[in-house]
Design a protein around this ligand. Structure first.
Ligand code: HEM
Length: 470
């Protein structure tokens, strides 16, 4: 009897706690009805033709005890979002700075190749090597030089732990049961709070506050770092948008965290998938190697589409099949004209609004657009292929064929930097070595994790063999 009482009380407490947490953290955009859109033409109507209506994201599905609108991706569409986003796009991500970035990229890629060279002839699990190298590059862009080793490795470890914890979350917005969702968010939120606390600890005292005090955490990379730009940035005040204020330390810390995550994790995901495909497709790998080697010998190593068209095609093919961020999500309330436009495509947004999830992976594998969509065939992006001329970010008057960087007002601002990093690392990896399936003949597992980041479920293990000079 006692045991039954205890069980009943515990269950009642869990449900009460879950409801209480939900109430106290309630937000109009949290856990609304979710509509999935996999059709690129409907995505065009929504994200491009009605971009304003599709310009907000729902609140993250997990309640936390703190305001989490400190990042570009979670700020509501409006003046503060505009201020921090344009600080990024006109600052560090500007195309004209690619020349400066090229030097940093080349140094990072060469370090990666050197680190791997002692494993030539062996099987390696690539993920940690690539993660460290891409993180190091993005951190230099974020902070400049001079961050000490210990602080860097705490940041990298925090990012790895966050990534690991996100793998266990299965599309929370798509979990249909109300109770499951409540219990799940109740169980998961302390882990998120824990990560946010760590972001504060790892970034604020050693980096943000130290730089604010003017301590020379060194910035000898020859351009203004992202951190420096954030410390100078003025954003509209919450209560009066006509007055400006500086960002608070925790906001700067969170924006740096977002920059490091956006810059590192998508490139890491894409590089791992690409090497996995190249290891089982030696002809494609050899063709890519020939193109890169040719450019190296001519001294024309610029990673652009014109100089290295096959490299560009290989990266596009990888992003088509495995968009690292699998969904572009919006929270919408719409008027009658938009309802009518979407209604033609049988998408009905309920009067209270909805979360709309554009499924980027489905668009890249749509067999109405792509021939044998599950095949890895970069040639489809070359002359005469169905993907030739495809644009990475959808615009007006153009059919959407794939959307790995999302679309509309909230599309990814890091397209140019992301593509440039991926191409540079990939070119150097393929130039230096040949990547083959592991010596024990183990099959590569092409399954992906079910989570917010579409990484390989089983971290890639490959054999590095030397390239004969040609
Ligand atoms: C291969 C590389 C990358 C891929 C595939 C990628 C993909 C995406 C996707 C799908 C979105 C959501 C877009 C939408 O909702 O329509 C996004 C948003 C975002 N990405 Fe990226 N990304 C990449 C690289 C980067 C880089 C290098 C940065 C910056 C350092 C970055 C920063 C951001 C930010 C700040 C947002 C939120 C934008 C907003 O809400 O206004 N990403 N990214």
């Amino acid at each position: 009897m006692e045991a039954i009482h205890l069980l009943t009380l515990t269950t009642a407490f869990i449900i009460f706690a879950a409801i209480f947490r939900r109430r106290t953290s309630s937000h109009p955009g949290r856990n609304p009805t979710t509509i999935r859109i996999s059709d690129a033409s409907i995505a065009h109507v929504a994200l491009i033709d009605h971009a304003d209506a599709f310009s907000n994201r729902p609140m993250p599905p997990f309640p936390t005890g703190r305001p989490i609108t400190h990042s570009i991706s979670s700020l509501p569409y409006g003046p503060r979002w505009r201020a921090v986003r344009s600080n990024l796009t006109t600052g560090i991500l500007q195309r004209s700075r690619l020349g400066i970035l090229a030097t940093l990229e080349r140094e990072a890629a060469e370090t990666l190749v050197n680190n791997l060279s002692s494993h030539t002839g062996c099987d390696v699990v690539l993920r940690d090597f690539i993660h460290g190298a891409v993180f190091g590059l993005v951190a230099r862009q974020c902070f400049g030089d001079g961050i000490n080793e210990r602080d860097m490795s705490s940041m990298l470890q925090t990012q790895k732990d966050f990534l690991e914890s996100s793998f266990t979350k299965v599309r929370p917005q798509e979990v249909s049961s109300w109770l499951t969702r409540l219990l799940r968010s109740w169980r998961q939120s302390p882990r998120h709070d824990d990560i946010f606390d760590r972001v504060d600890q790892v970034f604020i005292p050693p980096v943000v506050a130290a730089r604010r005090r003017g301590s020379r955490h060194g910035n000898d990379v020859g351009f203004r770092s992202h951190l420096d730009s954030l410390l100078e940035l003025q954003v509209p005040n919450e209560d009066d948008e006509h007055t400006l204020r500086q960002l608070r330390d925790e906001e700067v810390a969170f924006l740096c965290w977002e920059f490091l995550g956006g810059g590192t994790l998508s490139a890491l995901t894409c590089l791992e998938w690409t090497i996995a495909h190249l290891a089982v497709e030696p002809e494609i790998q050899n063709k890519l190697h020939r193109e890169v080697a040719d450019a190296q010998h001519k001294g024309t190593m610029a990673y652009d589409e014109l100089t290295l068209p096959y490299l560009h095609a290989v990266v596009l093919e990888s992003l088509r099949l495995h968009p690292p961020t699998p969904f572009a999500v919006r929270h919408v309330h719409i008027d009658d004209s938009i309802a009518a436009a979407l209604g033609k495509s049988s998408v009905i947004i309920p009067p209270g609004g909805a979360a709309v999830s554009f499924v980027l992976g489905d668009m890249g594998r749509d067999c109405k657009v792509w021939m044998n969509p599950d095949e890895f065939r970069p040639e489809r992006f070359m002359e005469g292929g169905e993907g030739k001329g495809v644009s990475l970010v959808p615009g007006p008057n153009k059919e959407i064929k794939m959307m790995p960087f999302g679309g509309g007002h909230r599309r990814c601002p890091g397209v140019v930097m992301g593509m440039s990093h991926i191409k540079c690392f990939l070119a150097q990896l393929v130039y230096a070595s040949q990547w083959v399936s592991p010596a024990d003949g183990g099959d590569t597992d092409f399954a992906d994790v079910d989570g917010f980041r579409k990484m390989m479920k089983t971290p890639l293990r490959v054999r590095i063999t030397p390239r004969s000079p040609n």
